[in-house]
Design a protein around this ligand. Structure first.
Ligand code: G3P
Length: 226
């Protein structure tokens, strides 16, 4: 399972990229607005791409098919490598069908059920983004939804890549990796949490202390021998 960072924050993205652990970035209007409602979206997207390369999903803001297609054309005019992120609504599926005909990569977002994922794949989506955390928030078992989606994919040999989205904690990452999701787009905070363990920190501290002790002993002996 590849890791993407789900963020529009350049500092976070730059740090995650410097660790070598991410292969792409997903953004959405809420993440961009959280950064700064007056952000120059084009510039921010291009800056993110310069930092990470790889996959970068850019979301449209229209809800009608023609509007989505116009926006996709506009995005591709200044950022030809974009993956166009389209909401999981019927007009969005029609846009995905057309973009797929033109071999433009698409990421269908806001998928909450296996049948929505199946429809997005049927329309030709390159990626299907299955949201986990928002389901858990309302008392539904998001891991069961992901289990159903991955089983349907295996049984039917579907080619769209499955993105686990709306990740809230490292257990989501663990379960999605076990189930065979292709990608998990993960908030920076959760990425960092997934790297940490208190025994790693205390173990490292013990190694450093013992190294310092050894060094001091050697220096003492060296002085005594003079
Ligand atoms: O990018 C889409 C998704 O990952 C958003 O997650 O935390 O707003 O539910 P969240």
């Amino acid at each position: 399972m590849e890791l993407y960072v789900d963020s529009a924050n350049i500092t976070e993205i730059t740090h995650a990229a410097s660790l070598g652990i991410i292969r792409g970035v997903t953004t959405n209007p809420s993440l961009l607005a959280k950064e700064d409602p007056t952000v120059d979206v084009k510039q921010r997207i291009l800056d993110i791409y310069k930092t990470v390369g790889g996959h970068l999903s850019v979301e449209v803001n229209s809800t009608d098919t023609d509007g989505m297609l116009r926006e996709a054309d506009d995005i591709l005019s200044w950022f030809p490598e974009a993956t166009i992120k389209i909401p999981m609504i019927p007009t969005g599926l029609a846009a995905v069908k057309e973009l797929s005909r033109r071999e433009i990569p698409t990421n269908v977002t806001l998928i909450f059920t296996p049948t929505q994922a199946l429809a997005a794949a049927a329309a030709g989506a390159t990626y299907v983004s299955v949201f986990l955390g928002r389901l858990d928030d309302m008392g539904q078992d998001s891991i069961q939804v992901m289990r159903d989606v991955t089983e349907i994919w295996d049984t039917n040999g579907l080619e769209s890549l499955i993105i686990a989205a709306s990740i809230r904690h490292p257990i989501h990452l663990l379960e999605c990796a076990k189930l065979g999701a292709d990608i998990a787009t993960t908030p920076y905070k959760v990425l960092m949490q997934s790297l940490k363990h208190p025994l790693t920190d205390s173990g490292l501290q013990a190694f450093l202390n013992d190294y310092e002790k050894m060094k001091a002993e050697k220096e003492k002996h060296a002085k005594g021998g003079q």
